[in-house]
Design a protein around this ligand. Structure first.
Ligand SMILES: Cc1ncc(COP(=O)(O)O)c(C=O)c1O
Length: 417
């Protein structure tokens, strides 16, 4: 783990007050030059609060309530069951999938939005073992994974008669071999914000004859992923973090075109049937991304996520712009923390190198629970990963440099108190 202590503030021979004025001025200049600045206006945000938890639950795009009023009052209330066809409900999982696809560098027709990430991890892992060459008996899993992926991988291994092999993400490329069926890796470490090497790891996994499955929960909508470009086999991710889809909004599942015909879902529900309304007793899988569906979609959550994706249609918004601002924001926040935090009270566990940093900063801090509680009470909303990590998520679509400066300043005050 990359743990770099911040330089002692006293050693800079500058008072936080003098530096603070300088940092606040810099923040104002950076915000004035920010091409994404107008996009903040598309969100419903409490101006008294600095919201740095978009890596957990993205903020509400302001137009979503009105859209949902239409979905509920007209589509459901007036049209009722007719909306399955007339309002496009039935095909919404694939249609919304096609909106997510360009944000993760996927081809059209390869992404479906349905179910939770956990359920999609299960589908992807079991299907990957079934796609792997005969005789492969190992599932390599990211040893630092978000827990649900590990729990589900363990169950998938038992169900498929394979063995679970936990490996640090950086070592997956060197560990995969002739026994590996599949490697499941997180693109970003949810604790530290470390960005893992998706291109290199995917290449190594595929060269070993295995399949690479990526969990993109913390990278989708935050940075370039390049699923097609890097030859990823299968991927999953949520829509409620950097895609702002709302609490519990459905997750996505990517199946590379070369695997779509062979994708044998362990949950072959009627929604993935080639002719669902034939109500046939026997199962015949549909073609394409639809094969990743299971049962009736969560239409309300799905259409809220669909509406939220409209912010990506704004002329200023694209993934490279989001990535550039994300790195600038996290650089600036780290710089502000170095100035404002009393010496030795916090240490960043987030890598300094841009190539290894996603869109959050995690600070190790004694008494982190009490510190986060005090921050939230003062209007700086981040979150806590027990026992001692303060997490701050930076969503470039609505986070300002002034927010980064204020969050660091308030953190300094809380730590000094
Ligand atoms: C990396 C990662 N994977 C999986 C999940 C769990 O997703 P879900 O609750 O949608 O199943 C999360 C949730 O935050 C996550 O961060």
């Amino acid at each position: 783990m990359d743990t770099s202590d911040f330089p002692a503030r006293a050693a800079t021979a500058n008072t936080p007050g003098a530096w603070g004025a300088h940092l606040a001025e810099r923040a104002a200049r950076l915000d004035a030059a920010d091409r994404l600045a107008p996009v903040r206006g598309l969100f419903a945000l409490d101006e008294r609060v600095v919201y740095l938890d978009g890596n957990s639950l993205g903020a509400l795009p302001a137009h979503v309530p009105e859209r949902m009023r239409d979905v509920i009052a007209r589509q459901w209330g007036e049209l009722g069951i007719r909306s399955w066809s007339e309002s496009g409900w039935w095909t919404a999982p694939e249609r919304v999938g096609d909106r997510v696809a360009p944000l993760v560098g996927a081809e059209p027709g390869t992404v479906v939005v349905a179910d939770s990430t956990s359920v999609n991890v299960f589908k992807a892992l079991v299907a990957a073992v079934r796609l792997a060459p005969e005789g492969r008996d190992e599932i390599v899993v990211d040893a630092t994974t978000f827990p649900t992926d590990g729990y589900i991988a363990e169950s998938a291994a038992r169900l498929t008669g394979t063995r679970l092999v936990p490996v640090e993400p950086a070592e997956v490329a060197g560990r995969v071999g002739p026994r590996t069926a599949v490697a499941l890796v997180n693109h970003v470490d949810f604790r530290t914000g470390r960005l893992h090497d998706l291109p290199g790891t995917t290449r190594a996994v595929r060269e070993a004859g295995a399949l690479a499955v990526w969990d993109l929960c913390h990278s989708a909508g935050a940075l370039p992923v390049g699923l097609a470009e890097h030859g990823v086999d299968l991927a999953v991710g949520c829509t409620y973090k950097f895609l702002n889809g709302g609490p519990g909004s459905p997750a996505f599942l990517y199946v590379a075109p070369r695997h779509q015909r062979g994708f044998d879902s362990p949950l072959p529900g009627w929604n993935s049937h080639a002719d669902p309304f034939a109500m046939a007793p026997g199962y015949a899988a549909a073609d394409g991304a639809v094969r990743g569906r299971v049962g009736t979609p969560d239409i309300l959550s799905l259409l809220a996520a669909d509406a939220a994706l409209d912010v990506w249609d704004h002329e200023a918004v694209d993934i490279p712009a989001v990535r550039a601002k994300s790195l600038a924001l996290t650089d600036f926040f780290l710089e502000c923390v170095a100035v404002y935090a009393p010496a030795g009270r916090v240490a960043s566990v987030t890598p300094r190198a841009h190539a290894e940093r996603a869109s959050q900063v995690a600070l190790r801090c004694a008494q982190a629970p009490a510190v986060m509680e005090a921050l939230i009470a003062r209007g700086v909303v981040g979150d806590l990963r027990r026992p001692d990590l303060l997490r701050f998520g930076f969503t470039p679509l609505y986070t300002r440099f002034a927010d980064a400066e204020r969050a660091a300043r308030v953190l300094g005050e809380v730590l000094a108190a």
